[in-house]
Design a protein around this ligand. Structure first.
Ligand SMILES: Cc1cc2nc3c(=O)[nH]c(=O)nc-3n(C[C@H](O)[C@H](O)[C@H](O)COP(=O)(O)O)c2cc1C
Length: 342
């Protein structure tokens, strides 16, 4: 089976998880392949053309990689809630002298254009998060020989993904950094450890599982594999590697004084995501409505301006629960550490 070959052929059972917004670079994906694992490019927020450039850059060195897409699953924001939240963050926009959109902006992250690109110029693996694509879209990729994967956060979502026909499941625990891939973002995922979630899904699913969320040590890798995963995916552990495109503001927060435990918050994007606390969250965590991507677009000008100014207090500092243990070192060292003695 193609899926088994893709994961079984890896020298180490570790994927560099997709991290949109900068951290995932072709260099990081290449470093994962060089370590015997597999890296996944993050297509989110990029145009199809920019994705094509990244695919070409990776192919100069390796053919072993994947691409992650945000599959459409819009949660339209209620108009009053949008206006109230816009008002609430007004002083932050003033601080950075930026305008924030008066009208809610919805989009599908150029879903069809990226899908068309990946059908015309196939890659070994395509993973989906946020939404579950139609059977037809999954079939288009399968027909060109691509292995498909779906991020799921519960046994119910795993069943839906299996029925839709994906080849493998990325089982993501709430400890994971960045957005939760939950298919029902109106509900904030409830904390639960990764091994238990993997075991529950492995007990009923026939699909190979990649486990993600809070993997920081070899012991974490071993527990995920023991629970039934064929491989793990790590994001946060790689954020400080030189190959990652993590922004200066994000790096400064990761290297600076302890900011406390991460929070699952809608404040930046209207969709639950795990982040390190900062001043923006201190003011607005809990105050944001559900509504992706409209809230993402609303706060984007503030986050961009803060990022350009190197100010970690007004950017989305995505990170998983294990962020305090990460170190500034080549990705190869992190992969070696995660798999030594397995
Ligand atoms: C900065 C950042 C960006 C992320 N972007 C994406 C993304 O574009 N697509 C996706 O499916 N998951 C994304 N994630 C989630 C990761 O793919 C993965 O599930 C998570 O990092 C695993 O947990 P860990 O951070 O504890 O290792 C992101 C995570 C982080 C930290």
């Amino acid at each position: 089976m193609a899926t088994m070959t893709l994961l079984d052929d890896l020298g180490i059972p570790v994927l560099a998880a997709p991290m949109a917004g900068g951290p995932t670079t072709p260099e990081l994906v290449v470093a994962a392949a060089a370590a015997g694992g597999l890296g996944v490019l993050a297509a989110g927020y990029r145009t199809a053309e920019a994705l094509a450039e990244q695919v070409a850059a990776v192919r100069q060195t390796t053919g072993t990689f994947g691409v992650n897409l945000f599959a459409p699953n819009p949660v339209p924001v209620e108009r009053d809630a949008y206006d109230t939240y816009r008002d609430r963050i007004r002083h932050d926009a003033e601080r950075f002298e930026v305008d924030v959109p008066a009208e809610p902006r919805e989009d599908d992250d150029a879903w069809q254009a990226k899908l068309d690109l990946l059908v015309a110029d196939p890659v070994p693996l395509v993973s989906f998060t946020f939404g579950l694509p139609s059977d037809r879209d999954i079939d288009r990729l399968r027909k060109v020989g691509t292995t498909t994967a779906q991020t799921v956060t519960s046994a119910q979502e795993a069943r839906a993904a299996e029925q839709a026909g994906v080849d493998l499941l990325v089982v993501q625990a709430p400890a994971a950094g960045g957005h939760s891939g939950t298919l029902t973002p109106e509900h904030v995922p409830v904390d639960r450890p990764l091994p238990g979630l993997v075991a529950e899904i492995a007990a009923t699913s026939r699909k190979p599982i990649v486990a993600a969320g809070g993997i920081m040590t070899t012991a974490n890798v071993a527990s995920a594999l023991d629970a039934g995963a064929l491989a793990v995916a790590v994001g946060t552990a790689l954020l400080l590697s030189p190959e990652a495109g993590t922004s200066a503001a994000h790096r400064a927060a990761l290297l600076g004084p302890d900011r406390g435990s991460t929070l699952m918050t809608r404040a930046f994007s209207g969709r639950p995501a795990r982040a390190i606390p900062n001043r923006f969250l201190a003011s607005h965590h809990g105050g944001a409505p559900s509504g992706y991507p409209a809230i993402h677009h609303l706060t984007s000008p503030i986050r961009k301006a803060a990022g350009a100014a190197g100010d970690p207090d007004y950017v989305n500092l995505w990170a998983g629960t294990g962020y305090r243990s990460i170190r500034e070192r080549p990705a190869a060292d992190t992969f070696a550490d995660l798999t030594s003695g397995l």
